[in-house]
Structure formats: C-alpha cells, structure tokens
Design a binder for this molecule. Structure first.
Ligand code: NAI
Length: 286
C-alpha cells in the first residue's frame, strides 16, 4: 500500500505545504490536507474551478489529487477552547469539526491511519513588531499557532500513525541567529519548534517508532512571508551571500521533505535539516 500523508497548512499553491504535497504525491503518497478555516472556502473553490491545475502537474504529467481537504484551526484543541466570537464568526460557523482533536477523529473515521504528518503553518499576529515591542498576547499567540500547534497535532495524530511513520515541520534560522524583522515572538516560536523536534523525536520514537524532523528552509515568497514584509530583501540577501547562488524553489524543500518522510531517512530523527542553499553555513556576508 502507498503511504498516506496529512499536510497541515495548505491554503494556496505558493507555500511550502503545497510543494511538499506535490513531492509526496510524486513519490506515490496519498494526499490529504488541513486548511485554516478562514482560508477554506477560497482554497476549495479555487481547487474546484481548476485555478491550481497548472501547479498540480507532477513530473510524470499527471495531476496531483488531494483526496480530502479538512478545515482546521490549530490553535484550538477541542470545542471547549473556542471563544464565543470565533464560534459565531460567519466563516467558522460555516464549517465544523475543525479543532485538532475533532480533525484527527474525522481523519481516523475516514481513513483509519496515516503514515506522514507535515506541519507547514505558522502565525504571529505581531510578526512585524520587534521582540522588544511585542505584547504578551502577541508572543503567546505566535507560540500557540506556530509551536504548540505541532505538539498538539502530533499528540493527536500519533495514535493513528503507522509505526515507521514520520513527521516534518518547517522552521527558520531566525530561531538561532538574529534576523531583524522576524519579530512578534516568531523567532522564539521557531526556537521552541526546533527544541520540541528533539524531545518529541525521543518520545514518539520510543513509544511509537515515529520519526520527528524539521526543515530549516530558506526564504520563499509565500503568502505568509509576504505578510512579514521583508521577503524580497531576504531572497536578495541569500542570492548574494549563500554558497549556492540561485533562488530557492519550494520544490527543493518539497523534495527534502519527501526524502525525510521516506524509508531512505529511516535513521534520521530529531534533526534540523537545512534546505537553504547553504546560507546557514556562512559566518559573514560577502
Ligand atoms: P503559507 O502562507 O503557504 O503557509 C502558512 C499556512 O498556515 C497558511 O496556509 C495559513 O492558512 C496557515 N495557518 C495560519 N494559522 C493557522 C492556524 N491557526 N491553523 C491552521 N492553519 C493556519 O506560508 P509558508 O511560508 O509556506 O509557511 C509554511 C511554513 O514554512 C511555516 O511554518 C513557515 O514559518 C515556514 N517557513 C517559511 C519560510 C519562507 O520564507 N516562506 C522560511 C522558513 C520557514
């Protein structure tokens, strides 16, 4: 049987989640995705209307199939956690079962099990503010959406993940080096995500034979990155300074994720794998 992958954080065809889905599909995996509730309608209607057909093309010429799209909001674990104003929000009221526990329960009912869990989501409401000007709420929101969301997803999914399975998240070098402009506690959130990758690799490895890795990706002009506001500068900086002077494509990150999720990487767990044209290895700009 082919592997089944759940990819959390796909809402268009520009981000890393989409590219990872494609690489996994090209390797023969069945693809199911989780889409942030406020982005669900537009994503599903665009899919239906064929807006993504060009970017669905796989190397063999076939189109990537997404077996099912689930609504999700990874900052809520169960309905009890959802505040009234969100519950009554028109976009949220139009969907159901989008908290993490309910989502995993639905996937279990529909498919029984998965082999690969991909976390490709982040959110920091105050990302454009320096850390020194970040509010407690903004900081905690960044951690909740960008770090604990992975703990929560793995915690719930691990019970329906087949032994030998793997999970992958996306991180950024701002966790370990100063990247001015990546604010709002997002640098802190990525540091937590990387540390959790190690601890969860131990816990999920021992208990469930599941591997846990994270990809430290170079800059990509995704929707989320454009919202931060400095993405063009980061791409130019990488072009000027990285060992490999080419623009990073989402597909390169997708392919690394497919490798890490595959048996080819069966001894790799707890790792931060750089897919950034080598920029992380530089000590100074050139
Ligand atoms: P993206 O915009 O394609 O993906 C972010 C996704 O997170 C969106 O689909 C959004 O709807 C979803 N999301 C936000 N809050 C959510 C919530 N509460 N529940 C569920 N989904 C939620 O952007 P991108 O850049 O591809 O981001 C994917 C991952 O890659 C993120 O973890 C990001 O930090 C990471 N990354 C991105 C880099 C870049 O330059 N674009 C560089 C290094 C890491």
């Amino acid at each position: 049987r082919g592997k089944r992958a759940f990819i959390a954080g796909v809402a268009d065809d520009n981000g890393y989640g989409w590219a990872i889905a494609k690489s996994l599909a090209a390797a023969g995996a069945e693809i199911i995705v989780g889409t942030w509730v406020p982005a669900l309608n537009i994503f599903e209607s665009s899919l239906r209307r064929g807006k993504f057909d060009e970017s669905r093309v796989l190397p063999d010429g076939s189109l990537m199939e997404i077996t099912k799209v689930y609504p999700m909001d990874a900052v809520y674990d169960s309905p009890d956690d959802v505040p009234e104003d969100v519950k009554s929000n028109k976009r949220y009221a139009g969907s159901s079962k989008w908290t993490v526990k309910e989502l995993v329960e639905s996937v279990k009912q529909d498919f029984g099990s998965i082999d690969i869990l991909v976390h490709s989501l982040a959110n920091g409401p105050e990302v454009t503010k320096p850390l020194l000007e970040t509010s407690r709420n903004g900081y905690l929101a960044a951690i909740s959406a960008s770090s604990y969301s992975f703990v929560s997803l793995l915690k719930e999914f691990v019970s329906i993940m087949n032994p030998g399975g793997a999970s992958i998240s996306l991180t950024y070098i701002a966790s370990e080096r100063i990247i001015p402009g990546y604010g709002g506690g997002m640098s802190s959130a990525k540091a937590a995500l990387e540390s959790d990758t190690r601890v969860l690799a131990f816990e999920a490895g021992r208990k469930h034979k599941i591997r846990v890795n994270t990809i430290s990706a170079g800059p990509l002009r995704s929707r989320a990155a454009k919202a931060i506001g400095f993405i063009d500068m980061m791409i130019d900086y990488s072009l000027a300074n990285a060992p490999l002077q080419k623009e990073l494509s989402a597909e390169e990150v997708g392919n690394a994720a497919a490798f890490l999720a595959s048996p080819l990487a069966s001894a790799i767990t707890g790792a931060v794998v750089y897919v950034d044209n080598g920029l992380n290895a530089m000590g100074v700009g050139v």
